[in-house]
Write a protein that binds this ligand. Structure first.
Ligand SMILES: Cc1cc2nc3c(=O)[nH]c(=O)nc-3n(C[C@H](O)[C@H](O)[C@H](O)COP(=O)(O)O)c2cc1C
Length: 254
């Protein structure tokens, strides 16, 4: 059974193949206009009207990266209005073997370095996710089928301090991992500019932007960035270049 599910997923991944995309990084290029909002696209499609809501990303005030925002209840004095929220797994992952730092974690750190943002890692309250890839795919599929909302550890930092929030995760079965929906639904992202990013092995952004917009209708969701997980692990120079040029398009300087 486990083998069957994993094989099915492996087939899907092989058919779409990360490395087959144009860029040698296997990174899905950000939309031409990185600042175009998902809401604009949705509204255009639905009503023909173009939203006037401006999605702006502001220049961070300083370059000092702060981390450890996870400390529950700890007031961290913030010098940036940008936050990076991410979920990522270590252990055995597809195509990269056993990893000590998750693919998405690597990209999240690059974004934090490029923007001066603080980092918040979404960690499961009870870490029941298996270490081996095959078993993890089973658990993730079950959560997806059940529309589970797994609890996460610690509170997000006070969101009133942030106007721009990058949100990233691995693609799991063509979707955000269910624990991310817990984050979307348990926090008030209204009025924020949300910028999704994924790591994946062939599925790209997998509609992360539209799904995030549906979960957080009062936020402005920008088009996101998809990075091949294997490249994040093994081709970091190229991925860093891609991330930095994407950030530049969004209005963050080098
Ligand atoms: C449970 C599970 C489901 C996955 N589903 C997909 C998928 O649908 N499409 C895809 O391209 N990659 C899929 N992958 C591959 C991951 O998205 C990819 O390896 C990612 O970079 C892992 O990131 P992490 O190390 O931050 O967890 C899946 C991996 C796991 C463990």
């Amino acid at each position: 059974m486990k083998k069957g599910v994993a094989l099915l997923l492996a087939t899907v991944l092989m058919l779409t193949g990360c490395g087959s995309s144009s860029a040698s990084t296997g990174t899905t290029a950000p939309a031409e206009t990185a600042k175009e909002t998902v809401k604009e696209t949705v509204e255009e499609t639905q009503t023909g009207a173009v939203s006037t809501a401006a999605a702006t990303t502001e220049q961070p005030e300083d370059d000092g990266k702060k981390s450890a925002a996870n400390a529950a209840g700890t007031e961290t004095e913030s010098s940036t209005d940008t936050l990076v929220i991410y979920f990522s797994r270590t252990g055995e992952q597809y195509t990269v073997g056993v990893i000590e730092k998750g693919n998405t974690a690597i990209v999240a750190e690059m974004i934090a370095e490029g923007t001066g943002a603080e980092l918040f890692e979404v960690l499961p309250e009870e870490d029941y996710y298996p270490y081996t890839y095959d078993e993890l795919t089973d658990v993730a599929k079950k959560e997806q089928n059940e529309k589970a909302r797994p609890a996460y550890r610690d509170n997000l930092p006070d969101l009133s301090s942030y106007s721009t929030i990058f949100i990233g995760a691995p693609v799991w079965w063509g979707d955000w991992p269910m624990i991310m929906y817990t984050v979307f639904e348990n926090n008030d992202f209204s009025g924020k500019t949300l910028i999704p990013f994924s790591t994946h092995e062939g599925s790209g952004l997998s509609g992360f932007d539209k799904k995030l917009q549906s979960a957080c209708p009062d936020a402005e969701v920008l088009k996101g960035l998809a990075v091949c997980g294997n490249d994040a692990q093994n081709g970091q120079d190229k991925v860093r270049e891609t991330v930095n040029s994407w950030l530049k398009e969004l209005g963050f300087s080098d």
